[in-house]
Design a binder for this molecule. Structure first.
Ligand code: FES
Length: 66
């Protein structure tokens, strides 16, 4: 059975976009739901970590270096 390759893309001023992830486990070892596309928070402001909930916009997160 062929599986599609997993890809990770960094969205401008936003989350990591993961495609074709079939297994995701959090720091507690709990299996998390996956879909064809998932968005993982990289700003630290999400209230639904590890997933992006859009809070990066309100937090003013940018890709720029400080
Ligand atoms: S990247 Fe979207 S809430 Fe953190």
């Amino acid at each position: 059975m062929a599986t599609d390759k997993i890809s990770v893309k960094v969205s401008k001023d936003g989350p990591y976009i993961i495609q074709n992830c079939t297994s995701l486990v959090n720091s507690k070892g709990e299996e998390l739901e996956t879909k064809e596309y998932i968005a993982l928070c990289r700003c630290g402001a999400s209230r639904n970590k590890p997933f992006c909930d859009g809070a990066h916009k309100k937090a003013g997160f940018t890709d720029g270096k400080n």
